[in-house]
Design a protein. Structure first.
Length: 353
């Protein structure tokens, strides 16, 4: 099926207020769509036939949502020739009020860090922008053109919401008994001379994430190891990344692994409980499904492919909310940290305009 026909089916499904997800794995030629046959909200699921999972940052506040594959019609397109070529334009929204409140929040976190309450915390904010309408096909194609190496998705459920995103961060993949995750943190742009330079702050931030994941998995994963640190490009930004891999004692251990590594310090902080409490008390909004995770779990195939819900936006009738954040450590400069969130929202703005 070509993309045009696929997105006509998806758009009609959305117009009928029925749940769906359409996604593309990094570097894959396959666009997969799962269209749920009714509007049932599945907060529990028999995973024997597989399901797409949409999980929140905080499971105590929001439900994990399943789209069971035996309750869905499945479609696939293998033609990516229709992906549009998009040029980035500088679209800045009015961030004056947002900037003041976010910098105040960063300064408050730095006081907590200096007092020894937390070592690192990831702080986020929301940018709201008006839109006229959403062309699902155009949005997906733009995401693909900007984020070819990310997990690109559009997810909709009439009883939950409408989300789009392109995650650069793998939470967990499992094939048979082999598992892999990543320690991804730090953000920078390419310099004018074409180099990617990192500060000590960014390097230390990534090391926090890597050490936390290795320590968390040490007792449940065999042959645990990490690769060398590399640069990973996501849109027009770069991140530091180390792949972490190992062997499971049993495939069913994937549930325990998810509990151990979500949320990671890359989206929450260190120590986990203290940073999560700081976020809950001070961010002044609920992250909902931002910094949660999403993807496919197929126990019958011994396969798990989950990604952290980053670079995402929530879509409403006449507006969007773009979610952005960054890691704060002792070395953080509040102005620089705010500008990083601007950079992270840049492409998502272009997707809708």
């Amino acid at each position: 099926m070509n993309q045009s026909d696929l997105f006509k089916i998806i758009t009609n499904h959305k117009d009928n207020s029925l749940p769906f997800v359409v996604f593309n794995e990094p570097y894959s030629d396959n666009i997969i769509a799962k269209l749920q046959i009714d509007d049932t909200l599945h907060t529990e699921c028999d995973l024997s036939t597989g399901a797409f999972i949409f999980a929140p940052f905080d499971s105590e506040k929001f439900n994990k949502i399943y789209m069971p594959f035996d309750k869905c019609k499945s479609y696939k397109s293998v033609n990516l020739n229709e992906v549009i070529k998009s040029n980035l334009k500088n679209k800045r929204s009015d961030n004056k009020l947002n900037k003041s409140s976010h910098i105040n929040l960063i300064n408050k976190s730095l006081l907590a860090i200096n007092d020894g309450i937390i070592k690192k915390v990831v702080l986020s904010r929301v940018e709201s922008m008006s839109i006229n309408s959403v062309d699902i096909a155009m949005v997906f194609q733009k995401l693909l053109s900007f984020y070819r190496n990310s997990f690109v998705y559009i997810w909709f459920h009439p009883k939950v919401g409408f989300w789009v995103g392109a995650s650069p961060e793998k939470l967990l993949t499992i094939e048979d008994d082999f598992m892999q995750t990543v320690a991804l943190a730090g953000t920078t742009k390419e310099s004018s001379d074409g180099l990617v330079n990192w500060s000590d702050k960014e390097i230390k931030e990534q090391q926090y994430v890597k050490s936390y994941i290795l320590d968390s998995l040490n007792n449940v994963v065999d042959n645990l190891s990490s690769d060398e640190l590399v640069n990973v490009k996501s849109g027009d930004l770069y991140h530091l990344c180390s792949k972490i891999r190992g062997s499971l004692k049993s495939f069913s251990d994937y549930k325990d692994i998810i509990k151990l590594i979500h949320p990671t310090p890359a989206v929450c902080g260190i120590p986990l409980d203290a940073s999560k409490e700081f976020i809950s008390k001070n961010e002044c909004y609920d992250r909902s499904y931002y910094t949660g995770y999403l993807g496919v779990v197929s126990p019958n195939q011994k396969s798990v492919k989950l990604y952290v819900n980053l670079r995402c936006a929530e879509v409403f009738e006449n507006s969007i909310k773009i979610y952005v954040g960054g890691g704060i450590t002792r070395e953080s400069n509040p102005e620089d940290e705010f500008e990083e969130t601007i950079a992270k929202s840049h492409i998502m703005k272009n997707v809708f305009y």
